[in-house]
Design a protein around this ligand. Structure first.
Ligand code: NAD
Length: 353
């Protein structure tokens, strides 16, 4: 915990429902920690712990860079998501028990939807605590906003690599994963005149979207070999690694997936040295958290869109600094996030009377 400055790591177990969950609060200097709840069939508690630690820290940097007054946190629920899929009675008890544990953290952590949790689960949690967002009829599904932010980051990275003329028109973009974010990103890119190459482990999704947008379907194992201008990872983390780096032919990497670089330091430097422009994942994919944050202050979609617009400027500034100082973009973004946290750290020490 001390190596990366974590504040708190909490294990929850509720015997009657079988709930096993872990919440990690990385940093609360800028505000309450906020991050989604992931439901995953982890092989061991150690694996779940590693995941929640990594994800919570990422949330601190994401919110700090996006200019939000939020800290970083995350939760993981250990178990088989399919087991509770059709058992509404058990699912309600399971997530209400989780909600009570979250309530017990007294607002230091606010949860939201993540992989394998739904708005219905958030409603169960909300029966026990107000420290939950992304509720139905409030900010709703964040994915279209995440896609918009990724698109803005890609415009900035594209301009840095290929010049301002023509935007992304005729640029070949390879999109890995056409789920909620990937498919919305593809629609924005299509409207810009980009040439799309898409893949997913779900062949049905690929076929449907390829037909709708006139995109080229690519085998899931061949996506790294596509002769493209831009690679957009919108499926999993860790996809830029020793094995894939040598295969990539792109000049730009911008996507929605968290923790795209398997080893941020090593692979961040390697792509920088190869001359590939990388829009840091947590800068590009902040549209979703910007949308959810707005829910904490009422909800106004115009405010959300204005804030997401800023992702373009932020990405451009990060790339500029990276080129001027000849350091990887991830390093620039980390320094920006840390500078904001350190600058705000002592504001609360001013006595208000
Ligand atoms: P999703 O589950 O809707 O879509 C992911 C897609 O990737 C699925 O269609 C899945 O079949 C596909 N996929 C999985 N493994 C694959 C592989 N090996 N090759 C090709 N395709 C594969 O998820 P999403 O909400 O679209 O999120 C996509 C990514 O962006 C995730 O990594 C998520 O953590 C991240 N993210 C999402 C949001 C958001 O608002 N949804 C916000 C920030 C970050």
């Amino acid at each position: 915990l001390s190596e990366y400055g974590y504040e708190q790591l909490v294990y929850f177990y509720d015997k009657p429902t079988g709930l096993k969950a872990i919440t990690c609060i990385h940093n609360t200097v800028l505000g309450p920690s906020l991050g989604g709840t992931r439901f995953w069939n982890y092989a061991t508690e150690e694996e779940a712990t590693t995941d929640v630690l990594r994800l919570a820290r990422g949330m601190t940097y994401k919110s700090a860079c996006a200019g939000l007054n939020l800290g970083g946190g995350k939760s993981v629920v250990i178990g088989d998501p399919d087991e509770l899929k059709n058992d509404i009675v058990r699912r309600e008890a399971f997530f209400r028990a989780f909600g009570r544990f979250i309530e017990g953290l007294g607002g230091r952590y606010i949860t939201a939807e993540d992989v394998n949790t739904t708005t219905a689960d958030m409603a169960y949690i909300n029966m026990e605590t107000d420290y939950v967002c992304g509720l139905e009829n409030k900010s709703g599904n964040p994915s279209p906003f995440t896609a918009l932010g990724v698109y803005k980051a890609m415009r900035a990275a594209g301009e840095a690599a290929f010049g301002k003329e023509g935007g992304l028109k005729k640029r070949k973009v390879a999109v890995q994963g056409v789920g909620e974010v990937g498919k919305n990103l593809c629609k924005l890119l299509k409207a810009d005149g980009a040439e799309l190459y898409i893949t997913d482990i779900n062949a049905e999704k690929v076929e449907k979207l390829a037909k709708e947008l006139g995109a080229t379907a690519v085998d899931k194992d061949k996506i790294f070999d596509v002769d493209c201008d831009i690679f957009a990872p919108c499926a999993l983390g860790g996809v830029i690694n020793d094995e894939t780096l040598g295969r990539l032919k792109c000049k730009v990497i911008t996507g929605a997936a968290n923790n795209v670089l398997l080893d941020p330091e090593k692979h961040g430097k390697a792509i920088h040295d190869k001359g590939i422009i990388y829009a840091p994942d947590y800068v590009a994919n902040a549209g979703g958290i910007i949308n959810v944050y707005e829910e904490l202050h009422g909800y106004n979609e115009d405010n959300v869109r204005r804030s997401i617009e800023h992702i373009y400027d932020l990405t451009a500034e990060i790339i500029r600094t990276s080129q001027e100082k000849n350091i990887p973009t991830g390093q620039v973004a980390d320094a920006m996030a840390e500078a904001r946290i350190n600058a705000i750290r002592n504001v609360n020490s001013i006595y208000l009377g």
